[in-house]
Unconditional design. Structure first.
Length: 389
């Protein structure tokens, strides 16, 4: 499977030992940019992400299975590392060392390799051995405390902020920086990505509150979460929503004109909480006087940072995203079809494409091992002994 002409990571080989979301999302971006990503799963559960998630975050990768707990399996991974540029693992700290596959061991075999570890709390620190998921990392980082309804009740989201913003994105950044340096110096690095660190590092707005007021904003009462009537979600007559982001006075003034409430324009930043509550009440009533469809028509050509809150299936029908090439139709390895989001980066000289769907477990084992120099008899023997699959 060769990368498209002009792919910026063409020729880069990545060994991907991760599963679920943060690691696979990281390596998806590398694969979509042209890297040859080999997804390595065990012969037991493998990557136990749901089928629909697995299909989305593992396209453009090849798949093999290795039992790393067997000596031959661990030795095989070290052999594969000799011809790789990047290894990404997402185990709890210490697991790779117990397998004899820690960063020091791997870098001794290939000093140019970039070895990236993605974990909840990092390779060091008091919490390093603690289990966790997205919500736990947001909790420890003081981020979950900031996500709330206007009434102040903490809220959940199915957009895993920590896994994606705190895990996948810093991993991509660290890998590309280390890879760039390795190509200049010939020296690889161990990249230690803690998901909790990553989400904490993006809590810029709450941290500003700590600096200016001595504490983070109260959830649901900050200017981004309900304190200002010019920034919030308002229900329509048919219980859909508008996203009002009219922070700048010129946008607020335009919006008030659309509402037919020019008298509200001077109260862009209300002087008192009581006035703010009254303005919000008036805007709420005005928005609730029309249906969602009516508001869509009214706002279609309005330049005031007020937009409809779409369902994802509605966003899929929006011409803008289609024009941007953000949807791709993928034929899965099982023969079905799935609409997926495309690479969210466009650059001159490279046209993103889906080279292959997400692999089934072990789909490319023989192909990859043959490329590494193993003869067919050895591969057959190892398959029979369940070292590979």
């Amino acid at each position: 499977m060769s990368a498209a002409q002009g792919a910026p990571l063409r020729g880069v080989r990545v060994l991907d030992l991760t599963r679920l979301l943060p690691g696979p999302m990281c390596t998806l971006h590398l694969a979509d940019l042209g890297a040859d990503v080999i997804k390595i799963e065990d012969l037991r559960a493998g990557d136990y992400a749901s089928p629909a998630v697995r299909e989305q975050v593992n396209r453009n990768k090849r798949g093999i299975r290795i039992d790393l707990k067997q000596p031959e399996g661990a030795a095989l991974l070290l052999q594969l590392c000799e011809g790789a540029d990047v290894l990404v693992e997402g185990f709890r700290p210490g697991v790779m060392a117990r397998l004899g596959l820690d960063a020091a061991k791997v870098l001794a075999r290939n000093p140019r390799l970039v070895y990236c570890s993605i974990s909840g709390y990092g390779q060091t620190g008091a919490l390093s051995q603690k289990a966790g998921h997205d919500l736990n990392y947001c909790g420890f980082a003081g981020v979950a405390d900031q996500i709330a309804t206007p009434s102040g009740e903490l809220a959940l989201s199915n957009l895993p902020v920590a896994d994606l913003l705190g895990g996948a994105m810093p991993a991509v950044m660290g890998i590309l920086a280390a890879l760039f340096d390795a190509q200049r110096t010939g020296q690889g690095r161990h990249v230690d990505v803690a998901i909790a660190d990553g989400v904490l590092a993006h809590a810029v707005i709450p941290m500003a509150g700590v600096h200016t007021r001595g504490r983070a904003p109260t959830a649901g009462a900050d200017k981004l979460t309900g304190a200002l009537p010019c920034y919030g979600l308002y229900a329509t007559e048919d219980e859909r929503y508008l996203a009002v982001g009219a922070f700048e006075h010129k946008f607020w003034e335009t919006f008030c004109g659309i509402l037919g409430r020019e008298d509200l324009a001077p109260h862009h930043i209300p002087a008192t909480p009581e006035l703010s509550a009254w303005v919000r009440q008036e805007v709420t009533a005005a928005v609730a006087a029309r249906t969602f469809a009516q508001w869509q028509a009214v706002l279609a050509n309005a330049d005031c940072c007020v937009t409809p809150v779409l369902h994802l299936q509605e966003a899929m029908q929006l011409p803008h995203f289609a024009e941007r090439g953000m949807w791709v139709e993928v034929e899965t390895a099982q023969g079905g079809r799935m609409t997926q989001m495309a690479l969210p980066v466009q650059m001159s000289g490279y046209q993103f494409e889906v080279r292959c769907p997400a692999p089934t477990q072990g789909q490319h084992t023989q192909e990859v091992l043959s490329e590494s120099g193993l003869d067919a008899a050895t591969v057959a023997d190892w398959m029979a002994r369940k070292i590979v699959g």
